[in-house]
Write a protein that binds this ligand. Structure first.
Ligand SMILES: [Zn+2]
Length: 484
């Protein structure tokens, strides 16, 4: 097979985290009793007039600013006409339209940076972000009445983020999708939960024989709703297009779906073009005119974004680049760590506890990170009482296990179970001498230079002290007795 170079662009739909729908006051609540939240506007009754949701506009601008986009202060709404059984209106209000005169999405060109596994930073262009409304949901089951229609999702607010075809590998595509998901979480504009369908990704891919050849014909793969599926679908489509070109055939522009079981992409329909949707300016809406002061206010109150947070963790808390990456990867984890680190005497040690103990425990926990019982202040306190010598690292692991299971604070656990570290050198020496007396032969070997036996003695002393002896003091006393 010849070597080809892929050119990839992504289209990511995200549901905005507003309380109400895009153009009416109906509540956004999708997984509830069917058709509970509907009205003449979102059902498209004749004469019903849409009114844009200010919060949704604010969220779209916030997202645009976070992705370095230019905000269009005179944006436009268009009508995209198509028939689908889950779309009672027969059209969708959007901000795209094929013709340049109709094309005034709320957010124009922007960019984001991704960091590849070798540390290279790549800048991916954002073509646009536009707002639109979602369609309803068809439910196909095996009941005698056949298929059902639920309109709760009709009119829920969406943003579609379209990237430039700047992505050069499936790996880069996954990093781009991850970064966008992260930014959605950090800015709070979407819950960005893939299982709940808050975020959906389509991938466009074409291949070419060299890195400077013109772009080839692309296929669009719909609904790649996990990072794994995105990577596998793009890889499978790349292979398919390579085989097609090598056999002397042409790639046909089309819309596809990915079947993860067969690891294959299959065609759904030949690609429709903009004229097929008969776009025109939405006659029920005036232009979306935004006050520059409103945009500046959103810019001023933009929350800290992932890259800035990672840099701050390194600078303020002295954690490694890798730790900062892990700790800032997910918004809820980064918030948790940040809160804990503020009161911690050793944030670097705290980072180790979060990464090795807390996140490992979370893997087994039903409900994931949001279900943890450990309070940030409590883990910070645990590190502080290791630091001040109240307990040793070994006991701390026991205390942590208890904290993780019960949510209790470490002081209460230490007190309840009598786990305070023994730092009375007289008391420790007594335990050491007991162990030495019982193992006189081995102690003679240790004295004679068999250093490896030290671990055995430390272990025995720790065991006989219930794990509570200060390990450093045990070591020092052993060394001293060996020289006697
Ligand atoms: Zn409604």
């Amino acid at each position: 097979m010849s070597k080809y170079f892929p050119v990839i662009g992504l289209e990511i739909h995200c549901q905005l985290a507003t309380r109400t729908k895009m153009f009416c006051g109906c509540e956004v609540e999708v997984n509830t009793e069917p058709n509970k939240h509907v009205c003449p506007v979102c059902l498209g009754f004749p004469g019903a007039m849409p009114v844009p949701n200010k919060k949704a506009v604010e969220y779209a601008i916030r997202l645009g600013l976070a992705l370095n986009c230019k905000i269009d202060l005179n944006a436009m709404w268009t009508r995209k006409n198509y028939f689908y059984p889950d779309l009672p209106k027969g059209y969708q209000i959007t901000q795209t339209g094929g013709l340049p005169i109709y094309d005034h999405p709320i957010c124009g060109k922007g960019w984001l940076d991704i960091t590849l596994s070798d540390g290279t930073v790549r800048r991916i262009g954002i073509t646009r972000i536009h707002m639109e409304e979602d369609a309803g949901k068809l439910i196909h089951d095996m009941s005698p009445t056949g298929s059902h229609f639920d309109a709760n999702r009709c009119g829920t607010p969406l943003c579609e983020i379209v990237t430039e075809p700047d992505i050069r590998s499936p790996e880069e595509a996954v990093l781009t999708f991850k970064k966008i998901k992260q930014i959605l979480e950090y800015t709070g504009v979407s819950h960005a939960n893939m299982e709940n369908g808050n975020i959906r990704c389509d991938g466009n891919i074409s291949i070419r024989p060299s890195e400077d050849a013109p772009f080839g014909t692309r296929a669009e793969i719909k609904n790649l709703n996990s990072f794994t599926n995105l990577e596998k679908a793009l890889t499978a489509e790349m292979l398919l297009q390579s085989v097609t070109l090598d056999a002397g055939h042409e790639v046909v522009q089309c819309t596809k779906r990915y079947d993860p079981n067969a690891d294959k992409t299959t065609m759904i329909r030949s690609k429709e073009d903009a004229p097929d949707y008969k776009y025109f300016p939405e006659p029920d809406m005036v232009r979306l005119v935004t006050d520059p002061a409103f945009v500046e206010e959103i810019r001023r109150t933009l929350p800290e974004l992932p890259d800035a947070r990672r840099a701050r963790f390194i600078k303020d808390y002295g954690v490694t680049e890798y730790d900062a990456q892990v700790l800032s990867d997910e918004h809820n984890v980064s918030e948790w760590f940040d809160q804990a680190a503020k009161t911690c005497k050793n944030p670097k040690m705290l980072a180790n506890w979060v990464i090795s103990e807390l996140l490992r425990g979370v893997k087994e926990l039903e409900g994931g990170f949001d279900a943890i019982k450990v309070q940030p202040e409590h883990l910070s306190r645990l590190v502080n009482i290791i630091e001040d010598g109240t307990i040793n690292g070994k006991i701390a692991k026991q205390v942590f296990a208890d904290m993780f299971a019960t949510g209790k604070d470490p002081d209460a656990i230490v007190k309840e179970k009598g786990l305070v570290q023994i730092t009375d050198s007289g008391a420790i020496e007594k335990v050491v001498r007991d162990v030495v007396a019982k193992n006189a032969g081995q102690f003679a070997e240790f004295k004679g230079g068999k250093v490896a036996l030290k671990g055995f003695f430390v272990g025995q002393v720790m065991k006989n002290s219930g794990g509570k002896a200060n390990p450093k003091m045990v070591n020092d006393i052993l060394d001293r007795l060996a020289k006697e």
